[in-house]
Design a protein around this ligand. Structure first.
Ligand code: FRU
Length: 506
């Protein structure tokens, strides 16, 4: 059967970006946030306030390696066009500003807000490195802003929580209607525990409970998030406790797990046995993901992660920046045969970047690849795919293909996988080249994929977001091809939509 191809809009190849040179180096993502220059790791303090999404991020203002940790700052009105602002919270008095969260204090519970208006309060870990005579110290601290995050004052009463520990970090704070107070989840990394605290005013904290060890404990627990996520198909919701693990992630190095359960205002109760490990992402490059606080009423929770892995973060071949974020993802819980599971899909805002569109529905692989070769090249693309193995033992896609390089996204023996062994530059770390895979039971239905590509990023969402695979790649210039392939027999029909995505840099 011949397939049908439809190409809408201008030829994809003619879609030149109009981004400023500062954001047009090799590998520079066009709709994922990265700082203009220098080092970043975790996203911090994600919050929506007064029409703006704020993305703070672990930042070294002085270089492209980890150090002098401060909170960099960017704002966006739509989650895809970002504007970087001056550093919000700089390292000072020898105390680095580690990961944390930001809340909007609607009712001035903190006393920091002026003019009868809500203000922004950041809750972060102050990290004092070890020095002669004293070990390292991590404490929880506050800073506030009364001008929509443009200027910040560190609270004179800092720290607000000090257990005199070397490892005690990454507070995630939100308002809990259950507890009728602020609730903080904060990690005891080496004990594989999350401590819960409550506070009426963000300044005085009382211990509520603790959670863990449970799930994956192969490395330090970091970057907890504790947030309510709606259950699909009703008004119900559950609490998610997400915890970073480094090392000991599912693909080696850093990775993230989550627990799903209930919260009575004091205790989080895991709905699964402690031995159950649930991973948020089966790629290698999504760490310390954070959800936005204070989202508009009715909006789905949106999460952004650091697209990297501590195994090689210091070596990734980008310049003059190092470190970038994942696409924003909307979260939902869905009932599965194993219980409630987290589903994630690209946030709706990504659709606003779509330009030229190629669509195909058919069975001739040769015709499909000819049409793709002519009309669907690109380095910032969204692909939506429905495919079935038919008689083939493996079906899949080569993306960022050209000059002998390609990244494979495929389905074989019930596994969805991504292989970046031949993706281009891979030799900067022995732990970089790899194939990442996850079992996906399609229940006899076709395989459904949404794939986001952006110069050095591949994000795959399988079966409506039941699984996510996030990986960095460094393809050679010009490797912009997309091809379908099958091995071992005739594949079933293929439906694919490809959109060129515009740059978010203005
Ligand atoms: C995780 C992490 C956090 C810490 C931050 C320091 O990537 O180690 O636990 O707050 O990075 O930059």
């Amino acid at each position: 059967m011949q397939g049908t191809a439809l190409i809408l809009g201008a030829a994809l190849a003619a879609c030149a970006f109009a981004q400023p040179p500062a954001y047009n180096q090799p590998y520079r993502p066009q709709y994922h946030f990265s700082p203009r220059e220098h080092w970043t790791n975790d996203p911090n303090g994600l919050v929506y306030f007064d029409g703006e999404y704020h993305l703070f991020f672990q930042y070294n203002p002085f270089g492209d390696q980890w150090g002098h940790m401060s909170w960099g700052h960017a704002v966006s009105r739509d989650l895809v066009h970002w504007q970087e602002l001056p550093v919000a919270l700089p390292e000072s008095d020898g105390i680095m500003i580690f990961t944390g969260s930001t809340v909007v204090d609607e009712n001035n519970t903190s006393g920091f807000c002026t003019g009868g208006k809500p203000c922004m309060v950041a809750v972060y870990t102050g990290h004092t490195p070890a020095a002669a005579g004293h070990p390292a110290l991590q404490t929880q601290n506050l800073a506030y802003s009364n001008d929509r995050g443009r200027s910040w004052t560190k609270y004179s009463g800092n720290p607000v929580l000090n257990l005199n520990l070397r490892d005690f970090r990454d507070p995630h704070v939100s308002w809990s209607p259950e507890a009728k107070q602020w609730v903080m989840a904060v990690a005891l990394p080496t004990e594989h525990k999350v401590l819960f605290y409550g506070s009426p005013n963000l300044k005085e904290w009382q211990r509520l409970s603790e959670f863990g060890p449970a799930g994956a404990t192969g490395g330090a627990w970091e970057c907890p998030i504790f947030t309510k996520v709606p259950v699909a198909g009703g008004a119900d919701s559950r609490w998610i406790l997400k915890v970073g693990v480094n090392p000991g992630g599912v693909q080696g190095g850093s990775g993230e797990q989550y627990f799903v359960g209930t919260f009575d205002g004091t205790h989080f109760v895991n709905a699964n046995p402690p031995s159950t490990t649930l991973w948020t992402d089966y790629g290698k490059d999504c760490y310390c993901a954070l959800t936005f606080n204070h989202m508009p009423t009715g909006a789905a929770p949106v999460m952004i992660g650091w697209m990297n892995n501590w195994q090689y973060a210091s070596k990734v071949p980008t310049s003059p920046w190092r470190g970038q974020m994942t696409a924003p993802r909307k979260l939902q819980l869905r009932q599965t045969a194993d219980g409630l599971r987290l589903f994630q899909m690209p946030a709706d805002a990504i659709e606003s970047l779509r330009s030229s569109h190629f669509t195909w529905d058919g069975q001739s692989v040769a015709d499909l690849n000819r049409a793709l070769g002519e009309h669907a090249k690109g380095s910032s693309l969204e692909l939506q795919i429905v495919m079935s193995p038919g008689q083939a033992s493996e079906i899949g896609w080569k993306v960022f293909s050209g000059g002998g390089s390609y990244t494979t996204v495929g389905y074989r023996n019930g596994d969805l996988f991504m292989d970046r062994n031949h993706s281009g530059l891979t030799d900067f770390s022995p732990t970089f080249p790899l194939r990442t895979a996850v079992p996906v039971d399609t229940g006899g239905k076709p395989v459904e994929l949404t794939i986001l590509l952006d110069r050095s990023t591949v994000e795959v969402f399988g079966q409506s977001g039941q699984v996510a695979l996030t990986n960095l790649v460094y393809p050679p210039a010009g490797a912009q091809g997309v091809e379908f392939y099958s091995i071992g027999g005739r594949p079933g029909p293929v439906r694919v939509d490809v959109w060129q995505l515009r740059s978010g840099w203005k």
